[in-house]
Design a protein around this ligand. Structure first.
Ligand SMILES: [Mn+2]
Length: 363
């Protein structure tokens, strides 16, 4: 993964002698560890990887995961006792003047431990790491494509699987099971399977509520595939939709299309958001789109960047985002339609292709 390490170094505005990625225990494991090593298997809690300016790297891990770590092709030090970790740090960081760290993923205790074992000045290179991780290479896009295909296939079949009377958590279990049958190693985040008024809460997850006639049913989920995350949302209706339900769905669909039309290199992320917001705000649902249009996905489901007025970013080929406008009416319900896209040289490629043109009906 030399090219990825070099990409991080190319982004630096201040030279460093090394960059140290240190994991603590889950969930404080820095996905950058997997970005630079390319490793698919293993937990790597308490492990680290030291990156050098020439693209070389070496791994510190426990004896438990030595075999897994060796698959990276990088030199591996496998330790059996805690003290050996400090010895490794002292030895490897000796003579360095400046050491880069990833402040957004490093725990305070790991940060202190590094400081106790080096005289180097510690430089935060988290922005440069995010910048590198934001532009996916071919292998990453290929894994994301597979993760998206799994989620799309499950989204496509769900309206036929869900029956009135099913509880939300049962719907979530079906989604998870079906993604795993298609090769996912897990859910990329906690599944949202909400119904009726619960769909008005964008991050509801699930409850014991039964899916009932007249409900919106909102499913937001993703597959984890070779460590990469997909993220899709489809909203359905139980029985014949009302005029209001059709209007909400149609408006969200139109907003998503307006946003997708803007996606191309050189465009500001904010512009895509605004295109969707303008569609929604020109209707009776003004002000009901209450979140950003999308976020970058990759090794993490929120991979560090986004499409919203609060993120200053210019789109570049290889960036992968969700595009997910929604309308939420408290006490009534909500609709969100979410797809994943990769920015290409002349526009974008849609990675999730589950149908959405019609509001699908659960019978
Ligand atoms: Mn999302």
């Amino acid at each position: 993964m030399k090219s990825r390490i070099k990409k991080i170094y190319e982004n630096l505005c201040e030279e460093v002698d090394g960059i140290l990625i240190m994991n603590s225990t889950k969930p404080h494991v820095d996905m950058t560890f997997f970005y630079v090593t390319g490793l698919i298997h293993g937990e790597f809690e308490g492990s680290g990887v030291l990156l050098y300016p020439d693209g070389e790297a070496e791994i510190l891990t426990s004896a438990l995961e030595e075999e897994s770590a060796l698959k990276s092709g990088m030199p591996v030090t496998a330790i059996r006792k805690r003290e050996e970790r400090e010895e490794w740090l002292k030895d490897k960081l000796k003579g360095m003047d400046k050491l880069g760290i990833n402040s957004t993923e490093l725990t305070y205790s790991a940060y202190k431990k590094i400081g106790e074992n080096t005289d180097a000045e510690i430089i935060d290179v988290s922005d440069e790491i995010i910048e590198a991780r934001n532009i996916k290479d071919d292998e990453e896009i290929s894994r994301l494509r597979d993760a998206c295909r799994i989620a799309s296939d499950v989204a496509e079949e769900m309206p036929d699987i869900i029956k009135p009377g099913m509880r939300e958590y049962e719907v979530a279990a079906e989604i998870s099971y079906r993604m795993k049958k298609l090769g996912a190693t897990g859910d990329s985040f906690e599944i949202i399977a909400s119904s009726g008024p619960n769909t008005a809460e964008p991050h509801f997850t699930t409850s014991e509520r039964k899916v009932s006639e007249g409900d919106f049913v909102l499913l937001d989920f993703g597959a984890l595939y070779k460590r990469y995350c997909s993220d899709i949302t489809r909203t359905f209706v139980v029985g014949e939709p009302s005029e209001k339900q059709k209007k909400i769905y149609g408006t969200v669909l139109e907003a998503q299309k307006a946003a997708l039309e803007t996606i191309a290199p050189g465009v500001k992320g904010e512009e895509a958001h605004n295109a969707a917001a303008e569609v929604i705000d020109s209707t009776e649902f003004e002000g009901k789109f209450t979140h950003g249009l999308g976020h970058s996905i990759g090794l993490s489901v929120h991979d560090g960047s986004g499409l919203s007025p609060s993120v200053d970013i210019e789109l570049e080929p290889g960036m992968v985002f969700t595009v997910e406008p929604g309308i939420y009416i408290p006490g009534y319900g909500g609709v969100r339609i979410e797809d994943d896209i990769v920015v290409t040289e002349d526009g974008y490629e849609l990675l999730t292709d589950a149908s959405k043109e019609e509001l699908r009906i659960i019978k």
